[in-house]
Design a protein around this ligand. Structure first.
Ligand SMILES: C[S@@+](CC[C@H](N)C(=O)[O-])C[C@H]1O[C@@H](n2cnc3c(N)ncnc32)[C@H](O)[C@@H]1O
Length: 445
């Protein structure tokens, strides 16, 4: 940014601050009796921002979070549409509190920093407004992850951007302002271009990120946590196994920046990130990387969606116009000792072998590794979707369940992630709310 332009903007900022101090408010607030509290931003300008997004007119029964609420125009507007609103701001703004009284609003007011708050603090919201805050933050990506964790459905993001008009083919870049380079304000820290803003929203965990517009160097972006498309009728992919992309085990935590490697089979050629629609628990997740691993084999690497509850979550995916795959279960913030019960007498694992060499109790790990077990007590009708083969609590996808033999044993085959380390593991079988006692197996190279 040139010195002359920066100087001109700084003068403009000074003029705006003086004007706002004279008026008292940043937002113009409309009162129920038809009067207005005049502010720097006119009602037309404030409303014009809302029209950049498809925010529903009827928000009855919805929970909305307004981050960086300032004087509360958007808080009161969401409330007018029927929502229960929580307004969050970094400081206690007496103007907001005055306006809230005059508007007779029931909005909750929380003073806090979006870089330090997540769904664990404030819960989840159907809709989150994140207007005019991102460029004020030293940790914009961390803040977007927190926004994502609190968004159950849709976040509407508005931010200063450095390209006007937007260049959707530009390399993502972000300016960093150590001092007062942006408009003479020390609390303006970053200026992303539009592609950088979109990339950060995706990286934070939003599954669908839609560019809406740029007006006066302000970008408007809609960020969704659910897929807006539905499954087609093409052949479903098959999930082979799932593992933590870094530790290559089966533990996942919301307190780390965890990624899930999903190995799956699909005959669809040339699969790219935008072709894969994965879901973990209630949230859609878009892979950051998809690579071919063999004839029909694929690996999709996805961020663990922010804001998941501590429990087992169902994971499935579809590709382009396919049906949903099989479902596997992923433990999130579940302690290993909680990943299996005490064992039931009705369900008994008798023999475990390598699925290829049939060696008893010893399973060779590596690409294509699988095991076979024979168990008594597996109810009829319990198929591969319903039996869980748990290795130290890790859910191995079952690929085959036989009919019972003369002694009532059924054979169950399951595949193992390629990256498992050698060593002794405890194997359990779970189905129909029963879990077997553990059986020790050894993984070998
Ligand atoms: C430019 S104003 C935007 C106000 C309003 N959202 C709008 O778009 O008109 C920035 C607001 O974000 C708040 N803010 C700045 N940093 C914040 C943070 N780390 N956490 C929460 N709010 C923050 C400021 O106090 C201020 O109210």
């Amino acid at each position: 940014m040139s010195q002359a332009r920066n100087e001109a903007i700084t003068q403009e900022t000074k003029k705006q601050i003086a004007e706002m101090e004279a008026l008292g408010f940043y937002h113009t607030i409309e009162l129920p009796n038809g009067e207005v509290l005049p502010g720097l931003l006119s009602v037309e300008r404030l409303r014009n921002r809302l029209t950049q997004f498809a925010i529903p007119a009827d928000l009855r029964g919805k929970r909305v979070l307004d981050i960086g609420a300032w004087d509360g125009f958007y808080t009161f507007e969401m409330e007018r549409r029927g929502a229960h609103v929580v307004a969050l701001d970094l400081f206690r703004n007496e103007k907001f509190l005055l306006a809230r009284d005059l508007v007779k609003s029931k909005a909750e007011y929380v003073v806090g920093d979006i870089c330090r708050l997540s769904s664990k603090d404030l819960g989840r919201f159907d809709i989150v407004l994140f207007f005019g805050v991102l460029y004020h933050l030293k940790h914009p990506l961390l803040a977007l992850e927190n926004v994502c964790s609190m968004t159950a459905d849709t976040a509407y993001v508005e931010s200063y951007v450095i390209d006007n008009p937007a260049d959707l083919n530009a390399i993502p870049i972000m300016e960093f302002y150590e001092r007062t380079e942006l408009r003479g304000q020390f609390d303006n820290w970053v200026g992303p271009n539009v592609t950088c803003l979109l990339a950060m929203a995706r990286t934070a965990g939003f599954a669908e990120v839609q560019f809406e517009s740029v007006l006066s160097s302000r970008a408007h972006v809609t960020c969704r946590r659910k897929w807006s498309t539905t499954p087609g009728s093409d052949t479903a992919p098959e999930i082979i196994c799932v593992e933590n992309s870094i530790s290559r085990d089966h533990s996942f935590s919301t307190t780390r920046d965890d990624y899930i490697s999903i190995y799956f089979r699909s005959a669809t050629p040339g699969i790219q990130c935008d072709d894969v629609y994965a879901e973990v628990g209630p949230y859609a997740v878009r892979p950051g990387e998809v690579v071919g691993v063999g004839v029909d084999g694929w690996l999709a690497v996805c961020k663990l969606p922010p804001g998941l509850d501590a429990q087992w979550h169902a994971l499935r995916l579809r590709v382009r116009k396919s049906q949903w795959s099989n479902t596997v279960r992923v433990p999130v913030d579940v302690a290993v000792e909680d990943q299996g019960g005490t064992g039931s007498e009705q369900l008994e694992v008798n023999v475990v072998t390598d699925g290829k060499t049939w060696e008893r109790g010893r399973i060779k790990v590596g690409a294509g590794s699988c095991l076979s077990l024979w168990a008594r007590g597996v109810p009829d009708g319990c198929d591969v979707q319903e039996v869980l083969v748990l290795l130290n609590g890790m859910n191995l996808p079952a690929v085959y369940v036989s009919a019972a033999d003369a002694k009532g044993f059924k054979q169950v085959n399951a595949t193992l992630p390629s990256g498992l380390p050698p060593g002794k593991f405890k194997l359990r079988l779970e189905c129909a709310d029963n879990i077997s006692a553990p059986v020790e197996v050894e993984l070998i190279k």
